[in-house]
Design a protein around this ligand. Structure first.
Ligand code: 5GP
Length: 206
């Protein structure tokens, strides 16, 4: 059997709907979502240990020094990081792990954990992304422009990923990601040991 779980890294600019897609994936599958550490303050309704591990800057820096993170990045003046030991432990136990992290973080994971599956969520179009951000109602014309420019810059990194999912509907996007995961599990290089043991090295009894 292929014992090790799959590390599935999902990123995309805010407003693409990646959070909703991840929630739906977790509802329908036996995946494990890594809970990140962050130095940002909790928002209304967010619980420590469930949505994030909320840390002070000192606590976070201490963990950086102890090499406790698989990756970490500074996003909008706060630190975010993926706890290394939990993730590696789950993968070792055969659990498929989802990381919903920003692009810098994903590219860092790609350098150290090449077996990961890197999926980028795109909006249906740039026009639609703009509409979604406008409909949130919290942007001034100036901040809208900045957000769109940064989304555009982030999208230029899509080519570093293995897969791009255009989020027309959540249902379709979830199906696409489930198919990606299923196909990845059938890759010969992932199940090489199992193939060797059960087929290539099989001795026929006379
Ligand atoms: P928010 O503060 O809105 O929850 O998240 C802001 C951004 O940080 C999102 O793009 C989110 O994907 C990213 N993020 C969350 N956790 C991590 C993490 O552990 N590492 C990195 N690199 N980014 C993260």
């Amino acid at each position: 059997m292929n014992e090790k779980g799959l590390l599935i890294v999902i990123s995309g600019p805010s407003g693409t709907g990646k959070g909703t897609i991840c929630k739906e994936l977790l509802k329908r599958n036996d995946f494990w979502l890594s809970v990140s550490a962050t130095t940002r303050l909790p928002r209304d309704g967010e619980e420590n240990g469930k949505h994030y591990h909320f840390l002070t800057k000192e606590e976070f820096k201490d963990k950086i020094e102890k090499k406790d993170f698989l990756e970490y990045a500074e996003v909008y003046s706060n630190y975010y990081g993926t706890p290394k030991s939990y993730v590696l432990e789950k993968l070792e136990k055969g659990k498929d792990v989802i990381l919903e992290i920003d692009i810098q973080g994903a590219l860092n994971v790609k350098k150290t954990y090449k077996e990961g599956v890197f999926i980028f969520i795109l909006p249906p179009s740039m026009e639609e992304l703009k509409n979604r951000i406008v409909n949130r109602g919290s942007e001034t014309p100036e901040s809208l422009k900045t957000r769109l420019q940064s989304a555009h810059k982030e999208i230029s990194f899509v080519k570093e990923y293995n897969y791009a999912v255009i989020n027309d509907t959540v249902e379709e996007s979830v199906k696409k990601i489930e198919s990606i995961i299923l196909s990845e599990k059938c890759r010969v290089k992932r199940i090489n040991d199992e193939i060797d043991k059960n087929f290539i090295n099989f001795k026929c009894k006379e």
